[in-house]
Design a protein around this ligand. Sequence first.
Ligand SMILES: [Zn+2]
Ligand SMILES: [Zn+2]
Length: 416
Amino acid sequence: MTKIIAPKGTKDLFKPEILKWQFLEARIRQFFSRFLFQEIRTPIFEHSELFQKGIGSETEVVQKEMYTFRDKANRSITLRPENTPSVVRAIMENNLLTEIFPVRFFYIGPMFRYDKPQKGRFRQFHQFGVEIFGEASAEVDAELIFSAFGFLNEVNIEDIEIYINSVGCPQCRPRFLPELQAAAQKQQNELCPDCQRKISTNPLRIFDCKKQQCIDISNQFPKITDYLCQDCHDHFQVVQRTLSTFEVPFISNPRLVRGLDYYTRTVFEITSGQLGAQDALLGGGRYDHLFQELGGKDIPATGFAAGIERIILHLDEIPETKTSIIFIAYQNAALKTEAIKLSAYLRKKGLPVFMDYNARNIKKQFKKSDRVGAAFTFILGEDEIANQSISVKNMKTTEQIQIKREDLDQWLRKHM
Ligand SMILES: [Zn+2]
Ligand SMILES: [Zn+2]
């Protein structure tokens, strides 16, 4: 029989790497509560329409990367490629805008994209992200970037760069697009086939192209920041000013447009020098019209998503927190029941306990005790049962003492 292996682009997590995941997840919960974010969990699959509408049908994600399939009732279902459209849907569906204040959520969980697997990039990958709803001011965008920057600092990721831009709004972006299209048209033949197609469908996406020839050409294209309306211009100024107040270093990059269609005004990305040209650790921006696009009221919103696998690549080894383990050894099979009773007693007290139900002799049990890293081995033999006691061996010092059963609790309080 051929062995069944994990699908391409997925991975199993266990010690020691999982310690980094546990560390990171705990820090996320802790850190973002300072900004009054609460956790939200949405389904891993949704109706495909949510992502087609929410992300934009011309985007790379929707066109090439979604895991979409028919369920048994012939509904089109998609494994979420990102979480923002789901969070917006959940908020509308559950009326959270009126019931929770402030409407600030964080999430942690797996996302799915049919992408080419490479270092730090998987088909089942994990993101954490935050979303803020109903807060339109530019200071909130700056606060969001401050929180992202602060978090990466908190988990000791250094050497990071923050890029920001404004992609305008439905008033000013349409003024920019024809100018961009005209410039792209002039150099159409030098652009890659993908970018040639984007000229008419979605010219902003040309800035996403990773091919050097396209980057060189699009560097000469008009800049969106030169076409912002007064409101968008002012908004962007306040974002930058407030970032300085927060003492967040940033680089204004007019090429930054992000791969999703729903952004308005502020967009940002944080990359790490350590990863080189690898994709961003984290990115996000304002998306003031996504609610409307998905059939709701016009609610301002802003947020970001971070790649957990990419952040994990930067984390130092996390030392395992050692708890003192008790191993229970018994001299012969007749004493197994007594040993099980003792294990139950200790576990009810909240102590980590291990024993071997198939133990053949005491020597083998000491070996097992060593392998699980026990601090103490409790030994039950005929003698111990007869005089109602337990022999306790300190595995480090190899010192062995006998304690009365009635003194066990006192001993535990002192040593465990
Ligand atoms: Zn505008
Ligand atoms: Zn291109």
